[in-house]
Design a protein around this ligand. Structure first.
Ligand SMILES: NC(=O)c1ccc[n+]([C@@H]2O[C@H](COP(=O)([O-])OP(=O)(O)OC[C@H]3O[C@@H](n4cnc5c(N)ncnc54)[C@H](O)[C@@H]3O)[C@@H](O)[C@H]2O)c1
Length: 217
């Protein structure tokens, strides 16, 4: 849509949260909501909500508020959740299995089509109905199925080698859980990377707790 190209990264980062809240409202049978009420529920100012949603056309009407379903569908379309990208997961260890088992890929715009590991004890198992194949089979698999995205749940030490192979095999997007910083110098190679560090979130909690507890003393 016309406004989409100008949406800032900061707004895009907030869209999944709007999407989650709007989904919960739809489940409760709410069909429209004022920016004031949405603001109370989400803990964001009403003016921030109006500003964010105006970036892609608004959909709010004076005195009516937002049509929850229209907004929900629009955000889904902006985030690309209304189509499905094929993804493979590398590293079927503790984290890889948890991600494969618990992430609702299909509701997030992805379809998990393959899992790879180098451990012979894991090869041949299925996780969430997806076969674990040997890492040697990455290239032949990619030649046939052309996955666009890869989820990396492998040790830091092997991430460069594996990601280079995946890029050569045509993978364009990485959801990278390994602590190797893949974001560097990738944009110019036509690659997008989302690095995930749960520990960053934990350290943020540590900071917040430190501040809270020092205010109490
Ligand atoms: N980003 C985060 O928030 C976060 C959280 C937890 C763990 N991690 C990281 O994720 C990674 C996986 O953690 P885990 O607890 O699942 O470890 P794990 O040891 O249980 O699993 C790692 C898996 O990778 C496989 N592997 C190793 N080298 C490989 C290769 N070359 N090709 C394919 N598979 C290979 C191993 O056989 C193993 O099954 C680690 O690097 C860990 O530090 C990140």
């Amino acid at each position: 849509m016309a406004h989409e190209k100008n949406i800032s990264k900061a707004v895009i980062k907030r869209l999944p949260r709007y999407y989650r809240f709007l989904g919960e409202l739809l489940n409760q049978g709410v069909t429209r909501i004022s920016s004031r009420l949405l603001s109370e529920k989400m803990g964001i100012t009403a003016s921030q909500i109006r500003q964010d949603l105006n970036c892609f056309g608004g959909f709010g009407q004076q005195g009516y508020g937002y049509n929850v379903n229209v907004l929900y569908e629009e955000i889904a379309s902006i985030l690309g959740l209304d189509r499905q990208v094929d993804a493979i997961l590398i590293g079927a260890g503790n984290l890889g299995r948890a991600v494969a088992n618990h992430m609702e890929f299909e509701q997030r715009g992805f379809r998990l089509i393959g899992i790879f590991d180098e451990n012979p004890a894991l090869i041949g198992q299925t996780i969430k109905g997806v076969l674990v194949r040997s890492t040697d089979k990455i290239e032949p698999f990619c030649r046939v199925y052309h996955p666009t995205a890869a989820i990396l749940c492998i040790p830091k030490t092997v991430t460069k080698e594996i990601s280079d192979r995946l890029i050569d095999a045509g993978v364009k997007g990485f959801w990278n859980f390994s602590h190797y910083d893949l974001a560097l110098n990738q944009k110019e190679r036509g690659i997008v990377v989302e690095n995930v560090h749960m520990s960053d979130s934990l350290m943020t909690l540590s900071y917040e707790l430190k501040t809270l507890l020092s205010e109490e003393n």
